[in-house]
Write a protein that binds this ligand. Structure first.
Ligand SMILES: [Zn+2]
Ligand SMILES: [Zn+2]
Length: 239
């Protein structure tokens, strides 16, 4: 019986498993994933299968129609993977050189992880913003369930996306080789750009990294307006 043989497959990375043997178990149909983490498992499976097929990764599986959970789980996954980029930036993004979080020369982003938004170095901005995003995405107050998410909490996803996107733009404009290598291994910026465009989480003029068919570099900027934190700056400085 299919159900019986299915039960015997333990999808675990046991202690001592070599990196090359990670996740070496057969795929599972989304509707057979009997866990509240099914959406996360499915997304991670699709990424392992082919990280370059971003459209397939962003397409909800048949049988899943909760878009709020779908968007939430993708954003969690982006934060997880951006931490890998942050580790690489730690070796290269020197706070003495990248004293401020910049993308192009026109943009300085303020770090919103403090009582008052402030000019953190690019590396500190990266670490503080990822930490803040993960605190928010794991907060019992706003996201107390992985299977159902309130509309008021869904609205927070856009500002998280906008802030963590700046890590891509800083890497692209200031650490091009690091960005290119990471993107080649993960297609993460491409997937992120398609994701925020598909779900209207960011406006196109904020997408500074050129991605074919989605965004193009922007020459001049205007204030993008406030959000719930009241921490937006204008044009040249922004949180
Ligand atoms: Zn830097
Ligand atoms: Zn900071």
């Amino acid at each position: 019986m299919a159900a019986e043989s299915e039960q015997r497959i333990l999808r675990r990375n046991r202690p001592g498993t070599k990196a090359k043997d990670f996740y070496s178990w057969p795929p599972q149909d989304f509707n057979d994933m009997d866990t509240i983490l099914a959406v996360q498992q499915y997304i991670q499976y699709m990424i392992r299968k082919d990280h370059t097929d971003v459209d397939a990764i962003l397409e909800p599986p048949e049988g899943h129609d909760d878009l709020a959970v779908w968007k939430y789980e993708h954003l969690r996954q982006f934060c997880l993977e951006l931490n890998h980029m942050a580790v690489r930036l730690q070796n290269e993004c020197d706070p003495v050189i990248c004293t401020k979080m910049k993308a192009t020369e026109q943009w300085i982003f303020l770090c919103a992880a403090h009582g008052e938004p402030k000019e953190c170095s690019a590396l500190d901005y990266t670490l503080h913003t990822l930490h803040g995003a993960s605190c928010l995405l794991n907060s019992n107050k706003h996201f107390d369930s992985r299977v159902s998410i309130r509309e008021s909490s869904v609205q927070r996803l856009g500002s998280i996306a906008r802030r963590i996107y700046r890590i891509f733009s800083h890497a692209f404009f200031h650490h091009q080789q690091l960005f290119a290598e990471f993107e080649g291994e993960t297609s993460l910026c491409l997937r992120f750009t398609r994701f925020v465009t598909k779900y209207g989480l960011m406006s196109r003029e904020n997408l500074l990294v050129p991605i074919d068919g989605v965004s193009s570099p922007v020459v001049s900027q205007q204030d993008e307006g406030g959000d719930e934190g009241g921490d937006e700056g204008a044009g040249e400085t922004e949180a």
